[in-house]
Design a binder for this molecule. Structure first.
Ligand SMILES: NC(=O)c1ccc[n+]([C@@H]2O[C@H](COP(=O)([O-])OP(=O)(O)OC[C@H]3O[C@@H](n4cnc5c(N)ncnc54)[C@H](OP(=O)(O)O)[C@@H]3O)[C@@H](O)[C@H]2O)c1
Length: 252
């Protein structure tokens, strides 16, 4: 069997209504996975479902993942339909580019709630034996901003650094139970989050950022394919790592 295949694996994906999460959903379905897809926007979530490979088994959860109180119930209900989960991609995220003087404690709270806490809470739920297969893999989509400094990104960078560090400790803790945990750090990828950021920072700053990518801006499927590798048996000896997928951005 092709070690990169996701055939018969059930994968839960947050952020499935847009950008990288949508691409992860489509590419995982093409690799044979069944899917539990989470986001708030039901129309966009249904659009993702319409893009999946034919005959893909898919369930959707319309929820704000920062409301952690009923997440377990919602996830358990879908697992009872599709079967135990073999993989998790935490792709939901919010990005804010603002000068430090505009950072408020509410901003830090909001960014951490989605980027870090919701992802770790879902990982906690999925680490329970009743919900996961013996062998499973969790992937957290972080960012190069969690590794290198970027102006205006104090809250965002801090959240993405927290994801990388938390995933590493989670990997240590869950290894004995058969779960691998890794993060992926993309640089700029062509998605709505990027369009919003470019609107905020102006043309010159955007041009500067583009110049820093030796291989140009990434496409969502560049990150999705890295996720598939980390979810598949091809990466069965990899845990606690942070896979940098950045077109060379962090090389210099
Ligand atoms: N694009 C880039 O250049 C880039 C670079 C590095 C890292 N990343 C990371 O990659 C991930 C995906 O980014 P993207 O560019 O694909 O972003 P995007 O197109 O803006 O999508 C963000 C996703 O997160 C979901 N989301 C946000 N808040 C949520 C909440 N409270 N509850 C449930 N879902 C929520 C959104 O769904 P709803 O609005 O439907 O809820 C949407 O599906 C993020 O973690 C981002 O930080 C992106």
């Amino acid at each position: 069997m092709n070690p990169f295949s996701l055939k018969d694996k059930i994968i839960l994906i947050t952020g499935a209504s847009s950008g990288i999460g949508r691409s992860c959903s489509v590419e995982c379905s093409k690799s044979g996975a069944g899917l539990i897809l989470i986001a708030r926007n039901s129309e966009e979530l249904q659009k993702t479902v319409s893009m999946l490979a034919p005959d893909t088994k898919a369930e959707t959860i319309m929820a704000d993942i920062t409301n952690t109180a009923n997440l377990e119930e919602l996830i358990a209900e879908k697992i009872s339909v599709l079967g135990k989960v073999s993989g998790f991609i935490h792709c939901a995220g919010i990005e804010k580019t603002l000068p430090l003087k505009k950072h408020t404690s509410q901003l830090y709270t909001d960014v951490f709630a989605v980027n870090v806490i919701a992802g770790f809470e879902i990982a906690r739920i999925l680490s329970l034996k009743k919900y996961k297969n013996e062998i499973s893999s969790f992937v957290f989509v972080s960012s190069v901003a969690g590794m290198v400094g970027e102006i205006g990104k104090t809250a965002y960078s801090a959240s993405k650094g927290a994801v990388i560090a938390g995933a590493r400790s989670m990997a240590m803790e869950l290894a004995r139970g058969g779960t691998r945990v890794n993060s992926i750090s993309p640089a700029m990828v062509n998605t709505p989050i990027l369009e919003k950021m470019f609107e905020n920072i102006g043309e010159d700053a955007a041009e500067e950022i583009l110049k820093k990518h030796p291989l140009g801006i990434g496409q969502p499927e560049d990150v999705a394919n890295a996720c598939i590798f980390l979810l598949s048996d091809a990466s069965k000896w990899i845990t606690g790592s942070n896979l940098v997928v950045d077109g060379g951005y962090s090389v210099h």
